[in-house]
Design a protein around this ligand. Structure first.
Ligand code: PRX
Length: 654
């Protein structure tokens, strides 16, 4: 029995009566929603879309199921996502604070909805003046900042499809995304500050464009001056953000796009070496973001909502940029790292801003927990009313610490399971309704028909482990993989699991005796490091591109803080020339830096082991499962009879 399942039998927590009484969904409303969704999920979503989204042209068709698995929602409706996030609040709450931005070095800027609207309009006009048109792709390579939100909203306003690339990715990774998206414009900053350090951004863009060379589609690079560090601009191509907007009007009409118009592409890791450009459509994505703000985060107009995710990841898209603004919330954006300049930083931000909803990742919770309860205990955290966790399974110890020390046993924790591809929370506690089981993501949110199946597609009984699937289409789901519809089908509707009928999430999971969902981990070669997805193949191909290496195999190793760490087995060229001692240490550092340069620091292997050979089957397939057991110090129980080079096992284990 897993640690989680042993734990679940012993502890459950009920939301406080006070919380439940004020919650957006109580048991009765929740049951009504569930029933409606079960009876007719298409009508269910149609009613919500009509009530919660401002349409320029009301849709008449809700779902085109015949186009399986390329579903279309509200396809003849027209809307604008930025209009829904900004303009619709201008009448009633123009002076409400939309964004409280805190920089790494502690400067604070606030923007009301009216001010944000004006800034977005000016920037959107600037984009238009550079020739950006509806359907063009723009890459945003900015730090987590108000400007990143302004840039995303400006794109949405004029129907431009943005693709945010996490500012920690390397020039090469950026270049690959620029090529795949055929981006016309890049929006970046001179440099970024993180944890007191200054890191280049524009220079990375320059390097990416140099790598691409003549194949470039990029016409302009817009550069925000952030640090004032020395920056090289290419005449005619590059321009400063402040120059671009100087003479622009602060009004820019929204471009009304069809509901299926792509809002953004976000690249994520899969089981091959090439990242997938996940495409989200405007109307369905927005609806998912809005409903989950109301149901999962129990949004109230006086909330101060802090989702700590960087805008470079899906969580930053849905619960920083789109969901909170669409419901008219006040959000916090903090640029820096959680322990800089002191380990009190997070608690100071919560106390100073009276944060009421705090949504973060288990890695952050475990880091904060390690720093000790004395730190949060020194601060007044009584403004908190709801806590949330996302990105990876949360271990019960961290869950309890979050609940007791941060939430003082007063705040429900919503453990939200979802993915870049699902757009918004799919499985989650509905606070005020469900009891909480530490480590479980609870149940599917209303309208999401999820289940656990076996390979043939049969629903499994409670307690049996299988594949997590979503059986019916839902509005916020991925529409396709940019440039690669075939990969979309193979990745999410594979014939091998459920005969292509269901959305296959790529996670294994089970339901307990009470039907609560428990996520066990990925079924593919995807690692989850600090809540971020990394493909083992991506790291392996980065390593293999180094001239000293013949081949590499990467596996995940359990890590106390990060959840999983990257462990690489590498073989040098020339056979049986494994470096040792100082030479091995030097090469290990060189290879780590090499991976950081190819992908980004987040993908740096934590450990590299030089070996003479990798364990392979006679047909040449690397036996990764074996390597996983080795790094976990587990006894090797799998069949090794097909292993070609049996003697290598001893060397791998030592
Ligand atoms: O394995 C699941 C894990 O993160 C994967 C999705 O990663 P990504 O697309 O980067 O999105 C992360 C943020 C939404 C899932 O396939 N995961 C996400 N949330 C949870 C989780 N695992 C367990 N519990 C969660 N709450």
């Amino acid at each position: 029995m897993s640690q989680l399942s042993m734990f679940k039998d012993t502890q459950v927590f009920l939301p406080s009566k006070k919380f439940s009484a004020a919650a957006n969904l109580n048991k009765q409303k929740y049951k009504i929603l569930q029933k409606k969704a079960e009876e007719d999920y298409v009508k269910f979503w149609a009613e919500l879309a009509t009530e919660h989204i401002t349409w320029h042209k009301q849709f008449t068709k809700t779902l085109n199921e015949n186009s399986h698995p390329f579903f279309q929602w509200f396809e003849d409706g027209k809307l604008n996502v930025s209009y829904n996030c900004l303009d619709r609040h201008l009448k009633n709450t123009p002076h409400k604070t939309a964004i409280i931005f805190e920089s790494d070095s502690g400067q604070i800027e606030t923007y009301t909805y009216k001010e944000l609207h004006a800034k977005v309009c000016k920037f959107a006009n600037g984009l238009k003046s550079l020739g950006a048109r509806c359907g063009d792709r723009v890459i945003i390579y900015l730090p987590h900042s108000a400007e990143a939100i302004i840039a995303m909203q400006a794109c949405a306003r004029i129907g431009v499809i943005h693709s945010v690339v996490f500012a920690g990715f390397s020039a090469r990774a950026l270049g690959d995304r620029i090529i795949d998206a055929k981006a016309k414009i890049i929006i970046t900053a001179d440099e970024q500050r993180r944890g007191g350090k200054i890191l280049p951004l524009k220079n990375e863009v320059n390097a990416a464009l140099e790598l691409i060379g003549k194949a470039t589609t990029v016409e302009h690079v817009i550069v925000q001056r952030k640090t004032g560090g020395e920056t090289w601009l290419v005449h005619g191509r590059d321009l400063w953000w402040h120059d671009l907007i100087r003479d622009q009007k602060d009004i820019c009409s929204s471009v009304w796009v069809t509901s299926e118009h792509p809002l953004f592409i976000l690249y994520t890791s899969g089981s091959t070496g090439v990242p997938k450009g996940v495409v989200h459509a405007s109307g369905g994505y927005l609806l998912g973001a809005v409903m989950s703000m109301k149901w999962v985060f129990d949004y109230k107009p006086d909330d101060v909502f802090w989702c700590t995710a960087d805008v470079g990841w899906i969580t930053g898209h849905t619960y920083v940029c789109y969901g909170p603004l669409a419901v008219g919330a006040t959000i916090i954006i903090y640029e820096g790292v959680l322990t800089y300049p002191t380990p009190n930083r997070f608690w100071e931000i919560i106390e100073r801003n009276q944060v009421s909803v705090f949504y973060t990742a288990p890695t952050a919770i475990r880091t904060l927990m390690k720093l000790g309860a004395e730190l949060p205990n020194k601060f007044d955290l009584s403004s908190l009313r709801l806590l949330g966790s996302v990105g990876e399974p949360i271990n019960p110890k961290a869950w309890l610490w979050f609940y007791e020390v941060v939430g003082k046993k007063q705040c429900p924790i919503v453990d939200t399971w979802w993915q870049t591809e699902t757009g918004c929370a799919m499985l989650s506690t509905i606070p005020g309704v469900n009891q909480l089981k530490p480590g479980s993501c609870n149940f599917p949110v209303p309208g999401i028909i999820a289940d656990i199946i076996d390979e043939a597609g049969n629903a499994l009984d409670n307690t049996a482990t299988g594949y997590l699937v979503i059986k019916k289409p839902f509005p916020s789901q991925i529409r396709t993989i940019w440039n690669n519809p075939g990969r979309y089908i193979n990745s999410y509707f594979p014939q091998s699991i459920g005969c292509g009928k269901y959305y296959v999430a790529g996670d294994s999971a089970y339901k307990d005796e009470d039907g609560y969902f428990w996520i066990l981990g990925r079924i593919d070669d995807v690692l989850n490091v600090s809540g971020h997805r990394l493909g083992t193949m991506e790291i392996e191909s980065a390593l293999a591109a180094n001239s000293i290496l013949a081949e590499a195999a990467v596996v995940g190793k359990p890590h106390e803080i990060k959840g999983e760490s990257v462990f690489a087995f590498v073989v040098c060229k020339g056979g049986n020339t494994r470096p040792v001692g100082d030479e091995a240490r030097r090469l290990e550092q060189e290879l780590k830096d090499w991976v950081a340069g190819r992908i980004g620091s987040i993908a740096k292997p934590d450990e590299i082991k030089f070996v003479d050979n990798l364990p392979k089957t006679r047909s040449g397939k690397i036996m990764r499962r074996l390597l996983r057991s080795i790094v976990r110090n587990e006894e090797i129980t799998q069949d090794v009879s097909t292993l070609e080079n049996f003697t290598i096992l001893e060397q791998l284990k030592n």
